[in-house]
Design a binder for this molecule. Structure first.
Ligand code: GTP
Length: 501
């Protein structure tokens, strides 16, 4: 994505500090010059850029006696901190509550990506097991109901709307009532947009809001207008109770940085960003995590919470126990695949690993990988319990049966079994190292070359390519080796969130 370029430019400017023998005022100013240039070219308001520069200069005393390493760290920390506060809003967004009825109304101009975003938002919660319903109260644009209906059908979410009713208030009210009566967790109401901010649009939004009394109003905004987002966001906030914002199309516009910082300046929390036309081109937004990932610094805390969300708490000790014993059946592999699919976009996940570049995984590669996982799961659905648990060995006649039952081929089922063997071998090796022995693990992680050889022998070459190749894996291992692995692993095992960095 275009924002990735901004991230690369800023991190390159920071990296240059590593090459400088002495960190003096000149070096700092040169570094800040490059950072500010990159921000301005991303349409960030000149006043915010100036503030960032002044704040960093204020925080870093280059004349001090501190060693070069400390000064470098200080500068990096100050830049990251200032970028973070540029995107942060003091106001907290509405907290969705599973098991209760949450009514969320979407507003925005026509073409901002509102209808697509409603589906992305629905899909995000659907994947986490929520019961979601979509209501189309956009009676202004012909075809809006059809679009919502198509999206809803694709993600398998029930919808409510009408081809004949012209009163958006009536549809919104009836739709919300319908899903309320069925106790849905999340009811999403898509409203009309207009090409411009005009009185009729605001009037209609106010009426729908009064009729359905939503728990949250989400404003959807197209990032292509850059810092002009500020005025648009304020205008919507004045009319309805906008609680949070979703900024779309950050995949295609050079003004993304300007859009994000302008919205944050209106004190409206950004909760998600849209990064493409597909339903999973959608990222939860949290300023600190976003900046860290943008600069390739990773976000281990977030990685933990995503993994912990995806692996049910009660299953975590069991999984760690199995790994430490080096056991890994086909059923375990199936469960791991389920977890991977639940965790969402693999490239997003990868960007949470320090040293990994957010644009590393190509979309095509990721889609291919997911399709492969789904095909493998389909084959495993045709296996018996004993086969999944490794109590019956997969002899040729069984392989043929599974291939027939899943509509695949003997070659593909054989491939699945080979893949399982590789995984089982890797888990076996991890088990031997014993996760409980922190020192073993730390030594292992401190030797990236050795780690790399082991990983290479265990990973399918195709998958290695998808992970960005050996070079990138090496970089990742190096970054990870700097962290306290024993603490990381035991946290994962215990299912506790890391609080200390
Ligand atoms: N590249 C990219 N395109 C997007 C994104 N979000 C939405 N779009 C596209 O933007 C176009 C407009 O999106 P819609 O969802 O139809 O817009 P809308 O705001 O609902 O428009 P109205 O219903 O008329 O108010 C569609 O072609 C979407 O596929 C995004 O994050 N990235």
């Amino acid at each position: 994505m275009v924002l990735g370029e901004l991230g690369t430019r800023i991190s390159n400017a920071l990296r240059k500090l590593q090459n400088a023998t002495i960190i003096d005022e000149e070096v700092l100013k040169e570094c800040l010059g490059e950072v500010t240039k990159a921000l301005l070219q991303s349409d960030v308001n000149v006043n915010y850029v100036k503030r960032l520069r002044d704040q960093v200069l204020l925080q870093v005393n280059v004349e001090s006696d501190a060693a070069g390493t400390n000064k470098r760290k200080l500068i990096q920390r100050a830049v990251v901190g200032e970028l973070q506060s540029m995107l942060e809003s003091e106001k907290k967004p509405y907290q969705m509550k599973k098991g209760k009825i949450n009514v969320v109304m979407f507003v925005g101009l026509q073409g901002s990506g509102k209808t697509t975003t409603c589906a992305k938002y629905a899909y995000n919660y659907l994947r986490k097991g929520w019961r979601v319903g979509l209501v189309c109260a956009d009676t202004f644009r012909a075809g809006a109901f059809d679009q919502l209906k198509q999206n809803a059908t694709r993600i398998k979410v029930p919808f409510y709307g009408s081809y004949t009713e012209t009163d958006p208030v009536k549809i919104a009210q009836e739709g919300v009532e319908y899903f309320r009566s069925q106790n849905y967790d999340l009811i999403i109401v898509d409203t009309s947009g207009r090409h411009r901010q005009e009185a009729a649009l605001f009037e209609e939004m106010e009426q729908v809001e009064a009729a359905i009394n939503p728990d949250e109003v989400i404003f959807v905004m197209d990032s292509s207008i850059g810092q002009s987002c500020y005025d648009q966001a304020l205008a919507f906030k004045k009319s309805v109770k906008v609680g949070s914002v979703i900024v779309t199309k950050l995949d295609g516009h050079a003004k993304g940085g300007g859009a994000l910082s302008a919205v944050a300046a209106t004190e409206s929390p950004i909760i998600f960003i849209g990064t493409g036309e597909q339903f999973d081109d959608f990222e939860q937004f949290e300023a600190k995590s976003f900046i860290r990932r943008l600069l390739g610094l990773g976000d281990i805390d977030r990685l933990f919470s995503v993994v912990q969300e995806a692996i049910p708490k009660e299953k975590q000790p069991e999984l760690m126990n199995k790994i430490s014993q080096g056991k890994f059946s086909l059923r375990d592999m199936y469960e791991q695949f389920q977890t991977v699919l639940k965790m969402g976009s693999i490239s997003q996940l990868m960007s949470m690993i320090p040293g990994m570049n957010s644009g590393l995984l190509e979309k095509g590669n990721e889609k291919e990988g997911i399709a492969r996982i789904k095909r493998f799961m389909c084959m495993m659905d045709s296996m018996t319990d004993d086969e999944l648990d490794g109590k019956s060995s997969m002899v040729p006649s069984r392989i043929t049966r599974v291939a027939r039952g899943s509509g695949t081929s003997v070659r593909e089922v054989t491939l699945l079994l080979e893949e399982h063997k590789r995984f089982a071998k890797m888990v076996g090796k991890m088990g031997k190292m014993s996760l409980g022995k922190a020192n073993d693990m730390q030594n292992f992680m401190r030797n990236p070359q050795q780690m790399m050889r082991k990983v290479q022998s265990a990973i399918d070459p195709k998958m290695m390519k998808q992970l960005g190749g050996t070079q990138n894996m090496m970089q990742m291992m190096k970054e990870m080796s700097k962290m306290d692995m024993s603490e990381m692993m035991s946290q994962l095992g215990r299912g506790k969130k890391k609080t200390k960095r």
